[in-house]
Design a binder for this molecule. Structure first.
Ligand code: NAD
Length: 499
């Protein structure tokens, strides 16, 4: 059986901790590999290697660090097919979607290629007599990232691309459910010229995460995962004096105004709700039509579109989506569908009981559509993270605006309309971090930053973009004075001011 090990100092590190976890193929339900689960000793080994490598890496000029990123991007493009197949075999998403996962990470690598420009500081000449002031950004040292299962390529790259380009060393703790691609990324970075030890991968579960949070030499931790764990990680890391950014779960709404181009909106909603089997933090699992007529037209078009969906194995190029990640997750989604029925929502299409011929052991679920979901329902409040779309009917723009604004999560939201005034008002008022206007999945491009509000994000600085550079650096401000000589200036016993 294939063994997935740690990657430290540019080498595979194996057999140093006793326990292992199973890695499944969601298409078949069979165990396809085992991943080693590290411990505090292994985290320390990775940190010691990173500490040794970091200073020299930080001392290289930023253009040289950028060259490693340029080469890494070339290697990602070279290996795109193989990486996508490996990713799909552990995650379950279709190959084209795995390529998208890699490509969105690659775009952050492209952003990191501009690091010489991004690290330029600020300079003020003549802030006082003979006084100049400059601010510069210095790397933090050794930093770490803990990532979820649903984007095993993109999210590690969101984190380590800016972190490394800024001159840090990075410890990556990937999801134990699809741990192979992160190791491949680390190997490609070494091939691209990254010095050994600057990026280390430690496989594991809570034990490794806690060891990272408690390690005194790790200066900052970036986390992406579910909200309860994000909040826990944020609290424990911050209590240990670390800089923290922790992204959590989501329940994103799509608001449909009566003037919408309904065919286009339905096409957009279908991809956003069911793509990747709904296992995206920027999925769109709730649609909010305004007015009964809008709701009825939307529902009839959605039913037709959902009935046309094709569920298949990851390698099926015609499939719209593949299996969900694990048997437990499938059972959890099914229990939420039952809960929706019990709560009184109208089950329009039921995805339970779906099997794919020849793949009866795979974790497949058909698409589910609920209508007449209301705000008090637990199935509305919670993140289901599966191929389940809920319609919440509203009677006014204000009511529709209040739904995402009052929801405990605040990751993404989209409004579909031709009315510029309404869209502008919505974007200004809604209590959500990322807004799409006729854009169903408003994940910001690599040179903006990604982050949700409320229970979708703990911490101040967002992922990638300029916030990423801020997160992985600290500002030093130097005030320098070069007196002309001659007469000694008066001693000052009051605080110096700019008067
Ligand atoms: P998860 O919270 O189960 O796991 C995330 C990471 O935390 C993994 O590396 C895991 O090993 C670790 N972990 C798990 N339990 C832990 C514990 N008790 N203590 C410390 N660490 C622990 O999340 P997941 O199921 O892998 O990913 C899906 C979740 O991630 C969804 O809620 C989704 O919305 C969210 N997500 C959010 C974003 C975002 O940017 N906001 C992006 C992608 C996914």
């Amino acid at each position: 059986m294939r063994n997935i090990a740690h990657y430290i100092d540019g080498k595979t590190v194996s057999g140093l901790s006793g326990s292992k976890g199973d890695v499944f193929d969601p298409n078949t339900g069979k165990v396809q590999a085992q991943v080693e689960l590290g411990d505090a000793g292994l985290v320390d080994k990775a940190v010691q290697s990173a500490l040794k490598a970091q200073k020299e890496w930080a001392a290289q000029n930023p253009q040289r660090r950028a060259r490693v990123m340029f080469e890494f991007k070339r290697l990602l493009e070279r290996d795109m097919d193989a990486l996508a197949h490996l990713l799909s075999s552990e995650h379950g998403k279709v190959i084209a979607d795995s390529k998208g996962d890699i490509q969105r990470g690659l775009e952050v690598v492209e952003f990191a290629c501009g690091i010489p420009h991004l690290l330029k500081g600020a300079y003020t000449q003549g802030a006082g007599p003979g006084i100049d002031v400059y601010s510069l950004r210095q790397p933090l040292g050794v930093v770490a990232g803990v990532t979820p299962f649903n984007f095993p390529a993109m999210i590690p790259m969101w984190m380590f691309a800016p972190a490394l380009a800024c001159g840090n060393a990075f410890i990556l703790k990937p999801s134990e459910r699809d741990p192979s691609v992160p190791v491949k990324l680390a190997e490609l970075l070494i091939e691209a010229g990254l010095p050994e030890g600057v990026l280390n991968v430690v496989q594991g579960d809570k034990v490794v995460v806690d060891a990272i949070l408690d390690h005194p030499d790790i200066r900052a931790v970036s986390f992406v995962g579910s909200s309860d764990i994000a909040q826990y990680v944020y609290g424990r890391g911050a209590a240990n004096g670390k800089r923290m950014q922790c992204m959590g779960g989501a329940k994103n709404h799509g608001i449909i105004l009566p003037d919408v181009d309904m065919d286009q909106a339905v096409a957009d909603i279908m991809g956003a709700a069911f793509g990747s089997a709904g296992e995206r933090c920027m999925a769109l699992p709730v649609v909010v039509p305004v007015g009964e007529d809008t709701a009825n037209i939307l529902r009839s078009k959605l039913v037709a579109a959902v009935e046309g969906l094709r569920v298949g194995v990851s390698t099926d190029t015609e499939a719209h989506y593949g299996p969900v990640v694990s048997a437990q997750h499938k059972a959890r989604i099914e229990s939420y569908i039952q809960m929706g029925v019990d709560e009184g929502a109208e089950l329009v299409l039921d995805g339970r009981g779906f099997t794919l011929q020849g793949h009866e052991g795979g974790y497949f679920l058909g698409p589910t559509l609920f209508d007449r979901v209301t705000r008090g329902m637990k199935t509305y409040q919670d993140e289901i993270f599966g191929p389940v779309l809920q319609i919440v009917r509203t009677q006014s723009f204000e009511e529709a605006l209040s739904l995402p604004s009052q929801h405990p999560y605040g990751n993404g939201v989209a409004i579909f309309t031709r009315n510029g005034d309404a869209a502008r008002e919505f974007a200004a008022q809604v209590e959500v971090g990322m807004v799409g206007i006729n854009v169903p999945i408003p994940v910001p491009v690599a040179y903006h930053s990604f982050g949700g509000w409320k229970r979708s994000g703990f911490g101040d600085l967002n992922q990638y973009g300029e916030d990423g550079v801020r997160f992985y650096t600290r500002t030093k401000t130097v005030t320098q004075r070069w007196p002309k000589g001659g007469a000694v200036e008066d001693q000052a016993f009051v605080i110096p001011t700019m008067r």
